[in-house]
Design a protein around this ligand. Structure first.
Ligand SMILES: [Fe+2]
Length: 195
């Protein structure tokens, strides 16, 4: 834990415990200054958390709330890699630390149909975005460089419980996409086929 990370965790705890904040957007806004400060800090996260795993994308766990309300990941996408279209089923606050991200957002499509593209953004170091389902939970991210894309994700629930789904273009179906701990403290989303 760096001091900047400790301050971010304290701000998230305060936001989640503040009854005057009416909804996820208000709580995300309350978390934003501490994340902005972390992104601007000279020592934002441990150096090891900026590393991919075996050359591929990974989420390095920085903190998990003792009550299971949220966790903080350093998500590393090697330059040029893409996430595919996926859905977060509860809130998230994302801040960009290294590289850049071409992010496409989607809205829910017709029943049984694909998610429909809604917007595209290019994010760079210092930018902050929110995941606010059910309206705004689908996205695809592509690491556009230079270098590995590293972003700090504050996400609802624990990594193992984070509701995450994947849109499989080939079959046109939505599949479970749980985070799996592939090495100690290192998490990767894996598409699961239905039995
Ligand atoms: Fe995502």
């Amino acid at each position: 834990m760096t001091p900047a990370l400790e301050r971010l965790v304290a701000a998230v705890e305060a936001a989640l415990g503040d009854p005057s904040l009416a909804d996820d957007r208000a709580r995300a806004e309350a978390m934003r200054p501490a994340l902005a400060a972390l992104l601007a800090d000279a020592d934002p996260i441990p150096a090891a958390a900026r590393q991919p795993l075996d050359g591929a994308a990974v989420g390095n766990l920085l903190h998990q709330d003792a009550a299971g309300r949220f966790h903080v990941l350093a998500v590393v996408f090697p330059e040029g890699t893409s996430s595919g279209i996926h859905h977060h089923g509860c809130w998230g606050v994302i801040g960009y630390l290294d590289g850049s991200d071409e992010e496409t957002r989607y809205r829910e499509g017709d029943p049984g149909g694909p998610p429909v593209e809604a917007s595209r953004h290019r994010w760079a170091a210092g930018d902050i975005t929110y995941l606010l389902p059910p309206e705004d939970g689908w996205h695809r991210v592509r690491s556009a460089g230079p270098g590995d894309g590293v972003s700090v994700h504050v996400l609802c629930r624990t990594p193992a419980d984070h509701p995450h789904r994947f849109y499989d273009r080939r079959s046109g179906t939505v599949l479970p996409y749980p985070f799996v701990e592939v090495a100690p403290g290192r998490w990767r989303a894996e598409v699961r086929q239905f039995d």
